[in-house]
Design a protein around this ligand. Structure first.
Ligand code: ZN
Length: 409
């Protein structure tokens, strides 16, 4: 038996069968949540008798879903055994698909990467054929990792745009009114699938394994081709009613008559984002500005965007830097409004632009100081993301773990 089998519905449909299956699920969820535990601790936690827990533990040991991880060191007497979930049979697969490429990562229970690929050039297009190829890529990644597919407990796919992760719908990619995207992918790859918004997954990654050091009220800025935020309040990701929170880039802030890709005019992204940077760079050249880098007009907008970013980062091109610092100042002003509203203790700057370090951080900080309320501003520290492109897949793996830990009802 695999953990995936155990977490599925009971094979025995009788009331006692379902009850027994649920108890075994609860033991495993408890061990995933609190780590190693003794039978007495599990009995207390799950409010079940010691003989009942002992019997279930023996079955789980026989199924090799848990292991005896040694005796507890206590004072005298018979030392009880500690049990933990078998780490060689439980893995999580995080996948991030965005306009720059696709990233895959498999983590074990200790949140260590067993296999990771951040450089796949595959671009997920909004077509059925592309979606099927995407599923094949997931399968190939699993087989290349040499991990038994049955040990993959779940897959979380991060996409940009509006995601209802509770119901598994994506509204910007592959939207079908009567069929959640998770169902389509799950049917094709034969694994449980979850969906998450890309920025929210990155936020979770930074929170779980990145730059966050105990802070519980956080805003994470994903400053990339598009602009979004992730919000953590009291240690929990904030979703909003349907999961559409964090659409910061579409704040209607400007009377500039620039059409945003969302269909509105004057969104924050029309002045500060990767796609706006490409437009601003081209316009500056047309206006006679000089730059050390040239962009190929036949290249895709994404390729042009990366060329301009590296123009600032590698060549320290004045025009690229000037446009980016101007954008960062605009973002800082918009963030000042958010900080006034949410009073966070930490602002994490992530996404492609965060690689530019002070060229981005300093203008944001300056605008924050200028436009936010002094008392509120004093509460907030600002840090740069340390996970970079790994943040998304790390967060995706954490999302799966959290879903598994959802209490049974
Ligand atoms: Zn917009």
């Amino acid at each position: 038996m695999t953990l995936r089998d155990l977490l599925a519905d009971s094979p025995d449909n009788s009331l006692s069968g379902i009850k027994w299956h649920t108890l075994k699920q609860s033991i495993v969820k408890c061990l995933l949540s609190i780590g190693d535990a003794t039978i007495l601790e599990l009995s207390t936690e799950l409010q079940s008798s010691i003989p009942t827990i002992s019997k279930a533990i023996n079955e789980l040991l026989a199924d090799e879903l848990i292991v005896d991880s040694g005796k507890i060191s206590n004072s005298g007497g018979r030392r009880p055994s500690l049990y933990s979930v078998a780490s060689d049979k439980t893995f999580f697969l995080g996948v991030e698909a965005n306009r720059s490429g696709t990233s895959f990562g498999i983590q074990n229970l200790k949140e260590e990467f067993i296999s990771i690929d951040l450089d796949s050039s595959f671009i997920l297009e909004n077509t059925y054929e592309s979606l099927m190829e995407f599923c094949d890529r997931i399968d190939t990644f699993i087989s290349d990792s040499q991990i038994d597919k049955s040990y993959i407990t779940g897959v979380c796919v991060n996409l940009s745009g509006r995601i209802n992760s509770k119901e598994g719908f994506s509204y910007n990619y592959f939207f079908k009114e009567n069929r959640p995207l998770v169902e389509i992918i799950s049917e094709k790859i034969g694994l449980p699938v979850y969906l998450e918004n890309d920025t929210r997954a990155m936020t979770f990654g930074e929170y779980a394994q990145g730059v966050v050091e105990g802070e519980q009220n956080i805003i994470f800025l994903n400053y990339s081709w598009g602009v979004g935020i992730g919000i953590i309040t009291d240690g929990k990701l904030y979703y909003g009613k349907s999961g559409y929170s964090g659409e910061f880039g579409h704040s209607p802030l400007f009377d500039n008559e620039i059409l945003c890709h969302c269909g509105k005019i004057g969104c924050l992204e029309t002045e500060a984002s990767g796609w706006a940077l490409v437009e601003q760079f081209k316009q500056a050249l047309q206006d006679g500005r000089k730059s050390a880098i040239s962009i190929d007009n036949n290249a895709s907008a994404i390729e042009q965007y990366h060329k301009i970013l590296s123009g600032a980062l590698v060549k320290e091109d004045n025009l690229c830097i000037e446009l980016i610092t101007r954008q960062a100042g605009i973002l800082g002003r918009a963030l000042a409004g958010l900080i006034n509203i949410l009073n966070p203790e930490l602002l994490v700057i992530g996404g492609d632009f965060s690689r530019l370090g002070d060229f981005v951080l300093l203008p944001i900080q300056s605008s924050l100081k200028k436009y936010s309320l002094g008392l509120v501003n004093r509460d907030v520290a600002m840090k740069k993301s340390i996970l970079g492109r790994r943040a998304g897949v790390m967060g995706a793996c954490r999302v799966i773990k959290e879903k598994l830990l959802t209490p049974l009802t």
